[in-house]
Design a protein around this ligand. Sequence first.
Ligand code: SF4
Length: 369
Amino acid sequence: MSHTGEPLELRALIDELRAGGSPGKEKMLALLDGLMGVSGAQPKAPDAEELREARSYLYASARRTQRAVFGVGVFKRGLIEIGNYCRNDCYYCGIRRGNGNAVRYRLTEDEISACCREGYDLGFRTFVLQGGEDPFFSVSRIERIVRRIKESHPDCAVTLSLGEADRDAYRRWRKAGADRYLLRHETADEAHYRSLHPGTLSPEHRKRCLYALKELGYQVGTGFMVGSPGQTTEHLVSDLAFIRELEPHMVGIGPFLPHRDTIYRAHPAGSVELTLILIAVIRLMSPGVLLPATTALGSAAEDGRERGILAGANVVMPNLTPVPYRAHYALYDGKICTGEEAAQCGGCLSRRMRGIGYELLVGKGDYTA
Ligand code: SF4
């Protein structure tokens, strides 16, 4: 321990994570509180210098792990926002059913194919089809869309991010060729989950979906918002514990960003720094996990995605959605890249990655750890 007690304590916890240890709840609380500069249950919070030192040690440790597993390569996924209708009413979401101000759209099957063709020519080998829970995109329609993409681009991975569905739907989509599924658990704490969602949604069902997806052989991604209304450090520690338990292949986290048409319009945005801290902690906990530097992170800070990569992330998701629809897929206000064509988005991210010593890769980028 140092004479002040705190920095070495944080370093020791970071080292423990990096060595594959599994610090318990109290230690994880002390780590997150300490790295955010609050004392929490500890007798004293680190001072500004100690904080700087501890954070830079954390990010450097996460980068060492990231580079040992992935080198300086960053995977790119082409995001296609297939529609913004949703049957749900999550309280924080700009495209929830009850938002009468949302301008709704759905891409046609031909438009989705055209996005993939353009993305393929730009070097994308993963297409992420994302949308609200929309009965129009029925089980058979999604099956057909997935088959069509896999027939046209057999060397590409298809990721679905279409919310909760029953096991049979997940099974059929998997059989049609879907490789991966993203479904954020949002918060592992039951009461917190219920405070953010209407009673029609339940944390148990969400978790059951995630386990079903794993059993069906998908590469599974989960994740959560940082700084969502009512979130505490205890909740974040539960989120990390859930990630340890689920052992997902991907984890997507980004700061909470408010949307003007929700009850949380005046709630402050989540902290970029805390998001970076959590990215780094997850990289140390799960060295091989695929971790995007999310659009929300890039929306919260101009250099958010670069900082995400430097904190241990290794995936970026440029938008392939046709420009006229982009602004309508607004889960939160202030979303970046709503005006750029796909090629511009790819070129911009490529320059940004090179600027920090990383390189965008062409390839499916499967989970291999
Ligand atoms: S968060 Fe997802 S499920 Fe909830 S309302 Fe928004 S799009 Fe629908």
